[in-house]
Design a protein around this ligand. Structure first.
Ligand code: AMP
Length: 452
């Protein structure tokens, strides 16, 4: 891998494209996210709680100059700052509020999904002054998307307490760095090559074999920044398009997988690690549609997937959540596709189906509280609600659902408070709790919500 990776370049690319980072849960600059204002602002109480929390934890009052390496428990009453105000921040704030934490978020869109349940600083993600304000108003800072401006991340680490640190971000912001870290943790990734020229692409395609997937090393999500190459004729066009994006490129062997699964691990600064049960993920047009739990995989694969997630969390020194997306082949091989150092869409099922939700676990982890029990309470299928599903969803919500009664399912609705139901935009999700996953899938199949 060549040097000179420039994280700022990534951020510029990300912003320059006006990318809607719905996968990461962050708001879309310039869009009309959110509709209701909310958030508690009892500043005096906050100060008292903060002080009590800090004293109980033995933390020093005064300038917050400690770095991620320092360990301290952040107790309820303290304020958690969230970089990014999308749905992940919103659900994090809901879970953290219940534990007695306060939240402040930084997001460019007023009344963002998180801003509806937390105080909000309205500013661009790379606005250093705003980030400094976030640091001053927070006892601990977390992020809900990984394309955080490197300069901002570094400044926050210096001036505040960011237990997740910037190192993990640096690794997961770049596919090549991420693959090397995954391999170092003893997990396998699809065979890959760094691509720097058309000749290099042709050589790598011949070596790895087609089909293969050409990906931008930075900034891609939901299948964006990817070209599936099926024949040699497609290489030149793909190179032309991909090289124009202005980031490094990586070619991956196409893995013929049986299933896509993910495991979310949580690790605290004290080194405690717990994993949530693996989810079996079904994508439609590269966007997550369903997460099925328990995943329909063998116990051996389940144990192996969880072991890999623990190893990755430990090797990378992750703090907070880390989602590990994997391909499972018919012969039981697991290949790690991607990491996300944050709450993940495929972990939304945990909200009602586990003893501890991924959001509570993230709060516990970054605050260095003992981690909660992630055990599954019930079979569940999580189904995403995109913009085009909103109308039938609202119609269904007003009706009595005899199919649910008949199948013995309970459908829990989560909507993110986004004003505009744009096509393909993640607006919410349903957790279909059921006696078994077949009943949940049957309810989804008979529902009219996803027929558009
Ligand atoms: P990603 O953005 O890397 O998560 O890729 C989006 C989707 O593309 C994945 O969820 C897979 O369905 C598919 N995909 C990505 N990389 C590969 C690969 N190497 N082999 C097969 N399918 C892939």
């Amino acid at each position: 891998m060549s040097g000179g990776d420039n994280v700022n370049k990534l951020v510029n690319l990300f912003e320059g494209e006006g990318a809607a980072c719905d996968e990461f849960g962050c708001a879309i600059p310039g869009s009309e996210d959110g509709q209701e204002a909310g958030g508690e602002t009892e500043a005096a109480d906050s100060q008292a709680g903060l002080k009590a929390g800090a004293e109980a934890a033995g933390a020093e009052a005064g300038p917050k100059a400690e770095t991620a390496s320092a360990r301290r428990a952040i107790l309820p009453g303290a304020t958690i700052g969230v970089l990014g105000g999308g749905q992940l921040g919103r659900m994090l704030a809901h879970a953290g509020n219940r534990l007695g934490y306060r939240f402040v978020t930084l997001d460019p869109t007023p009344d963002s999904p998180c801003g509806q349940t937390a105080a909000q600083i309205v500013a661009a993600y790379d606005d250093r002054e705003a980030a400094r304000e976030l640091a001053q108003r927070s006892d601990v800072i977390t992020y809900e998307f990984e394309n955080v401006d490197a300069g901002v991340a570094e400044m926050l680490e210096r001036e505040s307490y960011v237990p997740q640190g910037s190192k993990l971000l640096y690794t997961t912001q770049h596919r090549l760095r991420e693959k090397q870290a995954v391999e170092a943790a003893g997990a396998q990734v699809a065979p890959y090559a760094e691509i720097e020229s058309l000749a290099g692409l042709q050589e790598a395609a011949a070596r790895l074999g087609l089909p293969a997937v050409l990906k931008t090393a930075t900034g891609g999500y939901d299948g964006k920044g990817q070209w599936v190459l099926r024949s040699e004729d497609e290489l030149a066009t793909a190179w032309e398009e991909a090289s124009r994006v202005g980031t490094q490129l990586v070619l991956e062997k196409f893995i013929v997988f049986d299933k896509e699964i993910s495991v979310i691990a949580a690790r605290s600064p004290s080194g405690e690690v717990k994993t949530f049960p693996p989810a079996e993920n079904i994508h439609v047009h590269n966007i997550l549609h369903l997460s099925i739990v328990p995943a329909r995989i063998s116990d051996k694969v389940r144990a192996e997937a969880e072991k890999l997630a623990v190893s990755i969390a430990e090797t990378l020194g992750a703090v907070g959540l880390i989602a590990v997306e994997m391909f499972l082949t018919a012969d039981g091989e697991l290949y790690v596709n991607e990491l996300a150092p944050r709450p993940h869409n495929s972990g939304h099922y945990t909200m009602e189906a586990c003893r501890t939700s991924q959001f509570e676990q993230h709060v516990r982890a970054i605050c260095d509280l003992p981690l909660g029990d992630p055990s599954l309470l019930t079979p569940v299928v999580m189904a995403n609600i995109l913009g085009e599903h909103m109308e039938p969803l609202l119609e269904w919500m007003g009706e009595k659902d005899s199919a649910a009664e008949k199948l013995g399912v309970e459908v829990k609705v989560h909507l993110y408070g986004k004003a505009e139901a744009k096509h393909k935009r993640k607006m919410g999700h349903l957790n279909v709790l059921a006696p078994n996953v077949d009943a949940a899938l049957e309810w989804i199949a008979q529902s009219k919500i996803w027929r558009v």
